[in-house]
Design a protein around this ligand. Structure first.
Ligand SMILES: [Zn+2]
Length: 553
């Protein structure tokens, strides 16, 4: 799983349509297989599987050998299992601007002069938005009983918000994280068309791009990306007082009052800005100054139904981790790629057995089980082991921008990242798996998964706590399923949650709960088999993260 970055009525037929293919003749997922494969994948020989390292190449070779042995078809470039992922370091030259029209007056703010665009702002285009909503603090935080979007649908609107500290009810310790996720929540979950936030929210320069940034000179690259630079990206700008003042110049409420209230954390009004429109003119040149390459591993089990086999159920995991320390880490952990556990100071390899060795071998087990089944599901099954997840979801971002099968033919994506432990090492969690995202795009997908679980000999406890949009960890955005969800593909993210060895040098095979991991893999198998046998793709009804029943069984 990705470390938090700077921010950071279902019809009965669908329940019946998927036959419980997994259960016949005993379980196709074998715990002994998982242990065997993970013992190699998380061994010191692979050196922590950092992206661009020989260890990751060894892992890719191992996956390919197993897939070939079982007769799973290659699904990568040139008829092979590998898809090359190109990672670009980019310099941005921006001439972008926003023109604000208030009644008969208008004013244009240029990037860097009252308004700041992100360095990666998508391809050149002009977007005019006539609906501009002031959303107070811009927060949807049920945990503190605060929702600035209760009475307004902001889909397709520009959303303006204020406040560096948020409302009084927000705990100071949580405020920065919650506030920093405002823009993404509006654009991604509420389907807003643009966000205008305070300058305090300006992202720091890309640390990935400039590991030793030289503040006085032009950075070598402005950002690093595995995505198409010409894709449309909704504008998310930060603005200064002068911009806000002009924006509010015709409203009955003065900006100075709003600003004072926000600074005092007092309640803020919510209203539509009458006769205001915004025109974003995105005018940008990107210069690629650095190119690096890594590989996804891609395989396919063809479906049995000629009418459905051109559509796919996708299964994903990431096979990279964070690598090793070349020198003894400093006492404060400096020079290490992750955390150093105090009882293991001299272990220099971050083996990533749970993160995401567990998903890597679970995916192998799924491929083996489907490939050796006597009766294949109707749809085809796509398996992608993503590279570069730990560096910023690179492999999945690349794959979903340049998929090896048409992305609109992927009916669902099931992502597995860290399924080998108990959350916080709590033994009471031994039957629990956390599901994130299952109801957000398709509530039918959510129901198929629940029915699959109910059909297992020992159903798991399905916990949706981490799917709530106000959950601080924001896991929905932190693993590869998000790259698919961002393209409209319904997803489920399966995880057993964080624990003390997360991104530490003690995430080792000896600490994996193989029985639990086997059962979760069976749940993914059963869910995937049902989806692959459905006569229609799961309906994309976009009912959002609270459509699912409850947060807990
Ligand atoms: Zn991770």
């Amino acid at each position: 799983m990705n470390v938090r970055r700077a921010l950071a009525g279902l019809v009965a037929c669908s329940l019946l349509a998927g036959s419980p293919a997994a259960s016949a003749g005993g379980s196709p997922i074998q715990s002994a297989d998982l242990r065997d494969w993970l013992t190699y994948i998380a061994s010191d020989e692979l050196g922590g599987r950092a992206t661009f390292s020989a260890g990751l190449g060894l892992a890719a070779g191992y996956l390919q050998s197993r897939l070939a042995e079982w007769g799973v078809s290659p699904g990568g470039d040139h008829g092979g299992y590998l898809q090359t992922v190109t990672v670009q370091g980019v310099q941005t030259t921006s001439r972008s601007s926003v023109t604000v029209r208030v009644g008969k007056n208008s004013r244009t703010f240029r990037d860097g002069q009252g308004v700041t665009f992100p360095r990666e702002m998508g391809g050149p285009r002009t977007v005019t938005l006539d609906r501009v909503q002031f959303a107070g603090y811009g927060l949807d935080a049920p945990g503190i009983g605060h929702n600035d979007f209760r009475d307004s649908d902001v889909a397709g609107a520009a959303v303006v918000y204020l406040g560096e500290k948020g409302p009084k009810a927000i705990e100071a310790a949580r405020a920065r994280r919650v506030l920093a996720s405002r823009s993404r929540h509006v654009l991604d979950q509420l389907r807003g068309a643009a966000t205008i936030g305070p300058a305090s929210e300006r992202p720091r320069r890309d640390r990935e791009a400039n590991p030793s940034s030289r503040p006085s000179s032009r950075p070598l690259v402005d950002f690093t990306s595995a995505q198409r630079l010409d894709r449309p990206v909704p504008p998310a700008v930060t603005v200064d007082d002068a911009f806000y003042e002009f924006l509010f110049s015709a409203t009955p409420v003065r900006y100075a009052d709003l600003k004072r209230k926000a600074a005092a954390q007092e309640p803020l009004p919510v209203f539509l800005l009458a006769e205001v429109s915004l025109t974003f003119n995105i005018d940008v040149d990107y210069t690629v100054v650095r190119v690096q390459r890594t590989q996804n591993v891609v395989a396919v089990v063809p479906g049995s139904d000629p009418a459905l086999r051109d559509s796919y159920v996708a299964f994903g995991a990431h096979y990279d981790h964070v690598g090793y320390a070349e020198r003894e880490p400093a006492p404060d952990g400096g020079g290490a790629p992750g955390r150093v556990t105090s009882t293991a100071r001299h272990d220099r390899i971050w083996n990533g057995a749970d993160d995401d060795g567990s998903g890597t071998v679970a995916l192998l087990a799924l491929a083996k089980a489907f490939a050796s089944a006597d009766v294949k599901p109707r749809r085809s099954l796509l398996f992608v082991w993503h590279a570069g997840e730990e560096r910023g979801l690179w492999g999945s971002r690349y794959f979903t921008d340049r998929p090896t099968v048409p992305i609109d033919q992927i009916v669902a994506q099931l992502n597995i990242d860290m399924i080998g432990r108990n959350r916080n090492d709590d033994p009471a969690q031994s039957n629990t798996v956390y599901l994130v995202g299952s109801d957000r795009i398709s509530s039918e997908l959510h129901q198929v998964n629940r029915a699959a679980n109910a059909s297992l000999p020992r159903p798991l406890t399905l916990d949706y706590e981490m799917n709530d949009p106000s959950d601080l960890e924001q896991l929905y955005y932190r693993s590869d399923h998000y790259s698919y969800a961002a393209k409209g593909v319904p997803v489920i993210f399966f995880t057993t949650g964080l624990h003390p060895d997360y991104h530490a040098n003690t995430d080792d095979v000896s600490r994996i709960e193989f029985d639990k991991m086997t059962r979760i893999t069976q749940l993914v198998y059963e869910t995937g088999a049902r989806l692959a046998n459905l006569d229609h793709p799961p309906v994309r009804d976009h009912r959002g993260p609270r459509a699912g029943k409850g947060t807990r069984e």
